[in-house]
Design a protein around this ligand. Structure first.
Ligand SMILES: NC(=O)c1ccc[n+]([C@@H]2O[C@H](COP(=O)([O-])OP(=O)(O)OC[C@H]3O[C@@H](n4cnc5c(N)ncnc54)[C@H](O)[C@@H]3O)[C@@H](O)[C@H]2O)c1
Length: 275
């Protein structure tokens, strides 16, 4: 008989996972949880500040801390400093995964940035950075990794979207456009990879406690609490969401219980999309 309890927990023993935006926030926790589930980890992050957004991005020291934490769990970890906006850097990072591990089973496309302004005030640089990182970065990374993931006996791709991927939020037009794109891209990839037995899903978080939320607050001249209030007002369950809840959804999507879940968008949003 199927052990349902066991099937609902991801067992990634002997597998390799690549996580983008891995050095801090949700990506960091995803790395630790996937390592705990048995996977070796390729942890990719840009590890430097960029012109957009104006808040600081992760550092090399933070990436090294993730690598050390994974290794302390007895797993192998490969740090990859790369910008998902740069095709050559992404190709190089995936080549390093192939060289180091010879396989790739799980790809978590998590890297993203955010800024906020009415659409008529967005600069070309803000528009381009958000679309190129949050949407095109997923296509670019998955394109580079597709050969490896298709060869996995149980390939899984999870794209981190947002509730902004299925409904509009004012003053985030570029982010909303990018995250709507992530939903469509997830479904298109799910169709095209189904014959290889690869599932492709998205998680749509609501407001999650993370450096992104704090950075956005700083850009807007607000406190994180102000931003929480502004983003939480339409959640049915109004508390800010812990990164662990997003990681929990990821683990379920990677479990055997979710073998036939593909092309799906799973909201972890305190019920905001119910309205
Ligand atoms: N925090 C929230 O409230 C919230 C809500 C909905 C969705 N999300 C999504 O969750 C995901 C994780 O965000 P987070 O909250 O952990 O934010 P975060 O800012 O802490 O993490 C994002 C990571 O991506 C990295 N990164 C940014 N640009 C990159 C690039 N060009 N190349 C490689 N790495 C890059 C950053 O250095 C950082 O480590 C994102 O996709 C985000 O859009 C977050």
């Amino acid at each position: 008989m199927l052990d349902v309890r066991r099937a609902a927990f991801a067992d990634l023993t002997g597998q390799v996972a690549l996580v983008t935006g891995a050095a801090r926030g949700q990506g960091r926790l995803h790395c630790l949880a996937l390592a705990d589930a048995g996977a070796d980890i390729a942890a990719l992050d840009v590890c430097r500040d960029l012109d957009v957004p104006s808040y600081p991005l992760a550092t090399r020291a933070e990436l090294d801390e993730v690598v050390a934490a994974v290794e302390s769990m007895g797993r192998r970890a490969l740090p990859l400093v790369a910008d998902v906006r740069d095709p050559a850097e992404v190709d190089g990072a995936v080549a390093a995964v192939a060289m180091e591990f010879g396989r790739l089973d799980v790809l978590v496309n998590n890297a993203a940035v955010v800024t906020s302004a009415p659409f008529w005030e967005l600069s070309e640089d803000q528009w381009s950075a958000v679309i190129d990182t949050n949407l095109t970065g997923i296509w670019r990374t998955t394109k580079a990794a597709a050969d490896l993931v298709r060869r996995s006996p149980r390939g899984r791709i999870v794209n981190i979207g947002s509730t902004g991927g299925v409904r509009a939020v004012p003053e985030f037009a570029h982010y909303v456009a990018a995250k709507h794109g992530v939903v469509g891209l997830t479904q298109a990839m799910a169709i095209e990879l189904a014959n290889d037995g690869v599932t492709v899903n998205a998680i749509l978080p609501g407001a999650v406690d993370s450096p992104m939320l704090a950075g956005l607050a700083g850009e807007l001249g607000l406190t994180p609490e102000d931003v929480h209030k502004r983003w939480l007002h339409d959640q049915l369950l109004v508390e800010v969401i812990s990164p662990a809840e997003v990681t929990g959804a990821l683990l379920w999507l990677l479990s055997d219980a979710a073998r036939h879940v593909t092309g799906h968008c799973l909201a972890v949003d305190g019920g905001a999309l119910a309205r």
